[in-house]
Design a protein around this ligand. Sequence first.
Ligand code: 4AD
Ligand code: MG
Length: 468
Amino acid sequence: MDTVSRMKIKDLLNEAPGKEVLAKGWVRTKRGNRQVKFIALNDGSTINNIQIVAETERFDEELIKRITTGASLAVRGQLVESIGSGQKVELKAESIEIYGECDPMRYPLQKKDTSLEYLRTVAHMRMRTNTFGAVLRIRNAMAYAIHTFFQKKGFVYLHTPLITESDCEGAGQMFQVTTLDLDKPLPRNKKGEIDYNEDFFGKQTSLTVSGQLEGELGATAVGEIYTFGPTFRAENSNTPRHLAEFWMIEPEMAFYDIKDNMDLAEEFIKYLVSWALENCIDDIRFLNDKYDDGLIERLRSVIGTEFVRLEYTEGIRILEEAAKNGVQFEYPVYWGVDLQSEHERYLVEKHFQKPVILTGYPKEIKAFYMKQDDNGKTVRAMDVLFPKIGEIIGGSEREWSLEKLENRISELGMSRKNLEWYIDTRRFGSVPHSGFGLGFERLLLFVTGMSNIRDVIPFPRTPRNAEF
Ligand code: 4AD
Ligand code: MG
């Protein structure tokens, strides 16, 4: 067996016939007749299988029987030209070793039910399917592309903490972190409040909802940074676009205004989508053909178009006009509302038919740190809205005036106690700066064409679900 060294199936498929090779992987299917068996073998390196051709007379009958879907094999033999397998070559087996058998009666992927809903219940195994293999390879490629994009531009990859005292978005959707014994009565102070002095950090702490505040510290020190890590939100929204644990990419740049910020966001997403088309086309084509036949076209169209840049006020006017003309929205539209995904998608899919960057939101519906416009009503927020997704990026120019920032914090009744370190950036050498957050799984929804966010992360965390 080991006179030839193992090759990945991705590489094997590009070899010329005649070569002696060793392939290892898992059986996808076995079919054939009494004389010959055709085994589709996959090792995860590509969506494509190598077809193994095993002439039954060369092998023990027992061995052939034990080769079932899901079993793991090492197969040595010669590559021969293929006519029927959809590939250039197939592998004529000379010897076959079975590493691990796979009981067809019990193997969860043997079932005829291959719906995405069913596969979520067997997430520990679903990575072995074509669909999740493709999604994971694309996810990996996008992570690499993200680092490449920022590294080429000289951004510094900053590691921001996951455990924190501050609520960046001020939305109160944080998971508390504690080592207090919840089985016992909690320690209380004189006022009857929980005494966090007794807790691990001596303070009340939570999992972060965003690395932005620490990101701003980095940007106002080394100029341009990005974060790329997990974030946590205890928002009880069971939708196809929300996770309780998701990954976010947050660039933050000194000396960028909102226009520079929009330019970077647009360049960034186009770079990622181009990368996917260039490096993951086999996987994307598979997903296109299986789930969403508009996928490739949608990806191409995003690269080739200039994103619309639109003021919130103008967006509301378009939506009000649409409602007046009979478009049915579930939620009402008027100046001051936070847009629902139906509104975002109307603008993107129906009205403009391309991505939209919406700016100039009412300050009441946005976070405390956003740069206030002179009109006293709006802030320099920007949401990038995408077809099929709605909001894929949220960001803003940051309020860099100490006075305005302090006023906004007290207006909102926020506790300054945990924010003095943040306010220091405005006390000492304050500069105009901007940044945004791209939801990694929202990007993946777009690039893979999957319609549920639970299907673009290996182990989704959602309300009432933390399995595996
Ligand atoms: O709009 P958000 O809440 O913005 C921030 O957190 C800012 N601090 C980012 C920044 O300016 N540095 O979240 C940013 C993006 C959203 O546009 C969305 O793509 C994604 O994160 N996101 C989620 N993705 C999955 N599940 C959730 N529950 C998400 N919440 C936000
Ligand atoms: Mg947002």
